[in-house]
Design a protein around this ligand. Sequence first.
Ligand SMILES: [Zn+2]
Length: 607
Amino acid sequence: MVDMPLEKTTGAENVIWDLSIFYKSVDDPAIEQDMQTITKEVDAFAATYKGRVASLTADELLTAIKTLESIYDKTGRIENFASLLYATDTADPKYGALVQKVTEYDSALGQKIVFFDLEWNNADDAVAKKLLDDPKIAHYRHMLEATRRYKPYQLSEIEEQLLSEKSVTGRSAWTRFFTQLTGAIRLDYEGQKLTMTQVLTHLYSPDRETRRKAAESVTAGLKDKSMELTYIFNVLAADKASDDKKRGYPSWVSSRNLSNKAPDEVVNALIQSVTGNYGIVAQHYKLKRQLLGLDELTDYDRYAPLPIKESDAFYTWDEAKEIVLTAFRGFSPRIAEISQRFFDENWIHAPVLPNKRGGAFCALAVPSAHPFVFVNFEGKARDVQTLAHELGHGVHAYLAGEAQGLFGLHTPLTTAEMASTFGEMLVFTDLMNKESDPEVRLAMLGHKIEDTFATVFRQISMNRFEDGLHTARRTEGELTTDRINELWMNSQKAMFGDSVNLSENYGRWWSYVPHFLHTPGYVYAYSFGELLVLALFNIYRERGAAFVPQFVEVLAAGDSDWPEKILSKVGVDLTDLNFWNEGLAAIQDLVNQETELAKQVYPNKVK
Ligand SMILES: [Zn+2]
């Protein structure tokens, strides 16, 4: 026998979810039977309503929507069963085949149902208003109202079909080319040929020379492909400009704001507030430079680990469960009670397994079942916070599903992280309070701060880059690599101020970020979500117990109304700059704590 280091067992080894609420197994004949039954129902639905949606009575509309809801609930059960099975063993060909089958099945059903939204949007405003105001459809009012927000930008059926068909060889083809091109890049690093991800990992190395070489290698790889990458960015920015013009969107970000259910003035308040507080970023990185003992901090030093003691705490599954449930119970017994069910009724998949997907997620599933939580638990402090995060999603979905049903279950991106990040904050605060070693506390704070920066500040600086890129492409025509480099550097220098010396090489680092091409305008939603929670957490600290039932009510509201209306229940005004500044003040507070602690632990290093 070879000496193998034995992995410590956590007790999560046997925490396996029970999917029998959906089907017995991947071979269960009921899956195929259900697919056939649903297809018949969809055909009957199309036969009954196609061509009639705009002229239905309130009663008929209600019946139609309920039918749709029941269809989506049933397909949701099949989808969730397939994708959850697959996540636990991605190498099992039976699971892979079921996922593929379900994807194709969904796409075929979708094409049969798409008429419903199109026809509803084509109904006259007066007709639609009368239906929307009818108390009979009150439960579905927001869903119907929200669908109509696309009406002004919808084109004729022929145009929509053409755009959709041409996008296969247009936008989709170019984003796929980008994925293939960047995926195929092999970087020269220390005599090896490595992928971008492999080299980027070295930016987290404690050795500065290693980090410098990694950054140089990435820059060289991007420079080598700069003609292709610049061209792809130009084509996609121009393609978006022509789509936006044709549909009549007033700005490059309007369509994204619409899908996020975030009014322009709310997004503007967020951006103004974050860019106005870039000084917080500089404060942290100046401190980091001193702790690292460097004369200057460069772009390749940003992710360097601090040379300080980290927590070596190891948590068993039972301990993690206790920490999370105790933190939740201290906040709301109702939330703890729902979370308890995830453990008691096998709604969690926790062990690390050979072909299991990495990371963690919560499947919201469908209201006729319940949410499921997926983690890879290894017993680290980070894993305890991840468990809290995913259970937060689980509680949110449970409450929204119970109160709103399927059409109110999925909140927009901007508010989707409300319960998860809140849950994580509760546990982080508890863990910090329990830790007495100032050095470990400093390390914990450092990690929290850099995580928060990555979601709040970096995303807004990237949004500023996108704004520069799309505006320049619309006003200046095709852009050179140098011009795009300049736009990128401006956005990054604004954020770091004089705390980080960004080398000229760093100018090219916009060109491998997939979000810019796949979902333009997407990145600010991360910042939105995180700041919202930080502000809510502050409100909780101020108001204490009075805040709790209001917050639970907000979670249970799900997607039943516009986010700003739902959040007004806890007295939040998203259009108010002060609201966003409150979330930023919480980050400032963390950095101030970090500064004080650093002075205490390293009086010789920090001035
Ligand atoms: Zn999340």
